[in-house]
Design a protein around this ligand. Structure first.
Ligand code: R5P
Length: 287
């Protein structure tokens, strides 16, 4: 089956890696920007039955409009099935209405994406109170766990402690600890604001003299990882490395994280192509 892999110019490198892994034709989307800020994407006519759209949805507001317009263009050009590969999936934080007057962002945005494409593949989505993404989006969704790409990207440790910054990270922390041959532990996070978090020990674990790997799904301000790294250093860890699936931090936050004691900051962005390609093949078989 011939496959098209559509991408936007700012993501040419990861799209090319995925296209190579899938032996797909690369189809760039050109976007014109009008003087007032409106955008006009122009897509290539699909050649195959399936078009894969590579679009990681970090900093998503403009990307969502672009996706809305581009998928309309693909449908009008006769596209068959559209599969969105979005390694980072946006707007999952607000997975309940926390306060009166606020939206249920997860369902509002998820429902919109689900009406645009036929299948969705993402990586280590931020799931605190969401049991089933397929139900939220109304289409088949695969949420991939990047345990293997992380194991390949991290150094070889002798019995490390894998530490999660909050209770929700426990399942992934356990999986990484098993894969790296170490122990699992979790901190207890109290968030007081977007850039104000505090850490205390959750599940008991002794990090004294040991290599610690802190794992998390997303770093935004970087405060969570920085406080966790400080905690591990303060508790006597021999070294502290950080493995974060989606490092959305800016340079300043990365520097603050280093100052907090993080030695290596590893994200899997460059090593995801084989995992994504396998998921794409499996999803094509299901659609
Ligand atoms: C929260 O539940 C997530 O797993 C991350 O820990 C959080 O989003 C990180 O945010 P920040 O980097 O702003 O502390």
């Amino acid at each position: 089956m011939s496959l098209d892999l559509a991408y936007f110019p700012d993501e040419a490198a990861p799209a090319a890696r995925l296209a190579r892994a899938l032996d797909a034709r690369l189809c760039p989307v050109a976007t014109h920007r009008f003087p007032d800020g409106e955008i006009l994407p122009r897509v290539q006519a699909p050649a195959g039955e399936v078009t894969i759209i590579y679009r990681s949805l970090d900093r998503p507001n403009e990307k969502l409009i672009e996706l809305l317009l581009a998928t309309d263009a693909w449908r009008r050009a006769g596209a068959g099935r559209l599969i969105l590969v979005a390694p980072y999936l946006c707007y999952l934080r607000q997975d309940v209405v926390f306060a009166a007057g606020e939206p249920l962002s997860r369902d509002a945005v998820g429902g919109m994406i689900g009406r645009l494409v036929d299948g969705l593949i993402t990586v280590q989505a931020h799931l605190h109170r969401t049991a089933d993404l397929t139900q939220v989006f109304g289409i088949p969704v695969r949420n991939l766990c990047p345990t293997e790409p992380f194991a390949a990207a991290l150094p070889t440790y002798r019995a490390p402690v894998v530490l999660g910054p909050d209770e929700e990270s426990a399942p992934w922390v356990r999986a990484m600890a098993e894969r790296l041959g170490g122990d699992a532990g979790n901190l207890k996070k109290t968030r007081r604001g977007d850039r104000d978090v505090q850490m205390a020990l959750g599940t008991p674990v002794d990090v004294r003299g040991r290599a610690v790997v802190i794992v998390d799904d997303i770093a935004s301000s970087g405060q969570t990882l920085a406080r966790a790294a400080e905690w591990a250093r303060g508790a006597g860890a021999a070294s502290v490395d950080v493995a974060v699936a989606h490092a959305l931090m800016d340079e300043g936050a990365t520097e603050r994280l280093r100052r907090a004691g993080a030695r290596l900051i590893v994200s899997t962005a460059a090593a995801l192509a084989p995992l994504l390609a396998q998921a794409v093949r499996e999803m094509i078989g299901r659609l």
